[in-house]
Design a protein around this ligand. Structure first.
Ligand code: NAD
Ligand code: GLY
Length: 362
């Protein structure tokens, strides 16, 4: 088993990574837990609820199951309220433990519910998508979407453990694997050039979930994220680099309607756009932009953004948590393997958008 430690101000906790880890879930239940609430969705429940319930039964606590509708379109107040309804309806107390069993949508919502219920109860992340295993389950960002912007309502709230079972990836559709790989290769681009080189060589085996490669990809991704979050849990500086490609990506997600593009797909395409912007603003060499584009494509993510007028992009990107005083701010690469955050004038962004426009605009 691989173990990565996260040491954030809001809590220190282990990430356990192993094939078959679900069977060990009872180990993560604190002795004084009064009851366990598993938050999941019907897709994941059909596959993994029974083994998870069986494993948790060894902890000897009452277990409640809360099923939310599946999908990014349901990452909202209504679903969040279903969790509170169920927790209160079952008379759970401050010693309750919430277990988030699912992808990033379930993890973000269950984590937000844990942060709010009785002003905070403990929770464990059991991520079942690649994207959640390498990114969303780690670092304590929890949120729901607002019709005007992605993840706009939420809290920083750390889990007490992250339990990664690589076996569950075998039931993921190929498109979801590709979406998760977008976040894996992101860590190489922003933080670790050696890892980027490795990803270029190993993208094939990662896509087919070869055990050695996928375990290393998850571990290295979690290590980088843990290093960044340990230095800047609340994103007052460094942590923003984890949002490389996300300004364009979030615009794609909200502009297309949540759930049309997968989050990772939008981030993958957004990283190509952010690389072009980096070339213009920071002089990122054209061959590095080409390497980024090739790796996103090799991961199986789309590389062509929606064909919107520049003003539509700019309007969508106005709703971004990195913006300050109405100025657009982007994560840019000053070289491959190193990122920074910088304000960029709308005219410069327009120049980059024009490079991606293949249809004639009015
Ligand atoms: P998701 O949670 O919607 O899961 C994708 C699909 O796969 C869903 O239909 C789900 O039911 C299904 N699924 C989950 N596990 C499965 C399995 N093992 N086998 C078969 N199907 C399975 O999407 P996601 O990509 O995991 O997460 C995206 C979300 O994560 C977005 O809302 C994004 O904003 C959020 N996110 C949060 C952070 C953070 O730091 N908190 C970071 C990145 C992304
Ligand atoms: N996924 C971006 C972050 O966790 O900060």
């Amino acid at each position: 088993m691989s173990v990565v430690h996260v040491d954030a101000q809001g809590g220190a906790y282990p990430i356990h990574i192993a094939a078959g880890r679900l069977a060990q879930l009872a180990d993560t239940v604190p002795a004084d837990t009064s009851a366990i609430a598993i938050v999941t969705n019907p897709t994941v429940a059909a596959l993994y609820l029974a083994p998870v319930q069986e494993a948790l039964a060894a902890a000897g606590k009452p277990i409640h199951v809360i099923e939310l509708p599946d999908g990014e379109a349901y990452k909202n107040w209504e679903s969040l309220n279903l969790i509170f309804d169920a927790l209160l309806g079952a008379h759970l107390d401050r010693k309750a433990l919430i277990v988030a069993l699912g992808g990033g949508v379930i993890g973000d919502m269950a984590g937000f519910a844990a942060a709010c219920f009785m002003r905070g109860v403990r929770f464990v992340q059991v991520p079942t998508t690649l994207l959640a295993q390498v990114d969303s389950s780690v670092g304590g960002k929890t949120a729901i979407n607002h019709p005007l912007g992605k993840n706009m309502v939420g809290a920083f709230y750390q889990p007490i453990a992250v339990e990664v079972d690589t076996e569950v990836l075998k039931t993921l559709p190929a498109r979801e694997i590709s979406a998760g790989l977008a976040e894996v290769i992101k860590y190489g681009m922003i933080y670790d050039l050696d890892f980027f080189d490795w990803c270029e060589e190993q993208v094939g085996p990662m896509r087919t979930l070869e055990q050695e490669q996928i375990v290393y990809a998850i571990r290295r991704s979690c290590e980088v994220k843990a290093e960044v979050v340990s230095q800047d849990e609340r994103e007052s500086g460094l942590r923003a680099i984890l949002n490389f490609g996300h300004t364009f990506g979030h615009a794609i997600e909200s502009g297309m309607g949540y759930g049309q593009w997968l989050h990772g797909e939008a981030v993958g395409c957004g990283m190509i756009m952010a690389a072009e912007l980096s070339a213009l603003v920071c002089g990122l060499p054209a061959q590095d932009v080409a390497r980024i584009k090739a790796l996103v494509q090799a991961s199986g993510c789309p590389i062509n953004p929606p064909q919107w007028p520049a003003e539509r992009w700019l309007e969508l990107m106005q709703v971004d948590k990195k913006n300050e005083g109405g100025q657009l701010r982007f994560v840019l690469l000053d070289k491959l393997g190193h990122a920074k955050v910088q304000a960029v004038a709308p005219d410069v962004v327009r120049q980059v958008l024009a490079r991606f426009t293949t249809v004639e605009q009015e």
